[in-house]
Write a protein that binds this ligand. Structure first.
Ligand code: NAD
Ligand code: MG
Length: 336
């Protein structure tokens, strides 16, 4: 097993990014955090948005300079692309690429478009990734608090010979070197990120929640009890895993729960499940998943939208919304 090398504040030269003009394209989860953190680190930033964007008022309200994507791409010599991955390639071709010149740096927070060949940047550009391992609101909040979110750093194309120094400096600017910056490749970041979100973090977890909820309710237990057991309490377990790994979680739960973990876990995640995981990884590595997703997105994402509305109507979502209303310590969250 070879361990990744990790960089901290002392490994980054703040003057590298401070000497550049950085365009942050998009002002969503990641975009707002990068733009505000960089600005407060003393970096010259502009935010690039569509003329019709509702985010413009928000960004300008924070005192950030905003322009259209072509305007800021022309102004900048570092362009960080923080739009939804399925829209990045078309936006790049139409509104970013024509305004880049040799020596400019093109940056991403996820390797999808470069790794799967959706975007093929000109050889005169530096192409690199600084990917925070956390959502944008955390990147912003930890920066304000004086810490940061760990980041992945990867260089795809090093035309200048100093792409890595720029990446480290950019990571410093958003607070990443306070927490640690791990070097990786576009291939590794993209494939492990997709695998993780499909197999466990989003796909695996959502289906386990629904299947266990449906099993309990189907057997006649109260929906409220099923909700607490199969969804609400996950947070307690995930917090323990986050703090001290599997050992700490198993130390903290009862011996009965620990024994149930060992005796039942392998009945749920079987050899067959592991076989499917290998197939999922193969779909990701071969580019099959990426092709299907881009076809879906370019068709207007009809299946995504259909599935989204059916999933939102699931009984556990109705029960959960009612129960969460009764928990004063929760700040209600719902999609806008
Ligand atoms: P988001 O959906 O929160 O925000 C996207 C932004 O792009 C919005 O401001 C939207 O208005 C803007 N936008 C959309 N289409 C546009 C266009 N054609 N022109 C200009 N602006 C446009 O997205 P996000 O979650 O911040 O993701 C951005 C990137 O960061 C992606 O590559 C993603 O994989 C990566 N990333 C996200 C997270 C996360 O937790 N959200 C974590 C790490 C990396
Ligand atoms: Mg330029």
């Amino acid at each position: 097993m070879s361990m990744a090398s990790i960089h901290y504040d002392q490994d980054a030269d703040p003057t590298v990014v401070s000497g550049r003009r950085v365009a942050v394209i998009g002002y969503g989860s990641q975009g707002h955090a990068h733009a505000l953190n960089l600005r407060e680190s003393g970096v010259e930033v502009m935010v690039g948005l569509r003329p019709s964007s509702k985010r413009r008022v928000e960004a300008e309200g924070e005192g950030l300079a905003v322009g259209t994507v072509p305007e800021v791409a022309a102004w900048a010599d570092v362009v960080m692309v923080l739009v939804p991955d399925q829209h990045a390639a078309d936006l790049y071709a139409a509104e970013i690429a024509p305004h880049l010149v040799n020596g400019d740096a093109l940056m991403f927070a996820h390797g999808f478009n470069i790794h799967f060949g959706e975007i093929t940047p000109d050889p005169g550009l530096d192409v690199l990734m600084v990917a925070p391992k956390g959502p944008g609101h955390l990147v912003r909040r930890t920066y304000i608090e004086g810490s940061g979110v760990p980041c992945l750093l990867a260089v795809h194309q090093d035309a200048s010979g100093s792409a890595k120094q720029l990446g480290l400096s950019y990571a410093w600017g958003i607070g990443g070197t306070r927490a640690g910056v791990l070097e990786t490749t576009f291939e590794e970041e993209t494939e492990t990120d997709l695998f993780g979100e499909q197999v466990i973090l989003c796909g695996g977890m959502s289906e386990l929640i629904k299947a266990s909820y449906e099993t309990l309710v189907g057997a006649g237990y109260q929906p409220e009890s099923a909700y607490f057991e199969t969804l609400h309490e996950l947070k307690l377990i995930v917090d323990l895993l986050y703090e001290g790994g599997l050992t700490w979680m198993r130390y903290s739960v009862s011996d009965t729960a620990e024994w149930g973990d060992y005796s039942t876990g392998p009945r749920i995640v079987t050899e067959e499940t592991r076989q499917v995981m290998a197939e999922v990884l193969d779909d990701i590595r071969s580019g099959r998943f990426a092709r299907q997703w881009m076809d879906e997105a370019r068709a207007g994402a009809p299946n995504l939208l259909d599935r989204r509305s059916r999933e939102r109507a699931h009984e556990i979502e109705q029960v959960g919304a009612r129960l969460r209303d009764l928990m004063p310590f929760l700040t209600p969250k719902a999609p806008g």
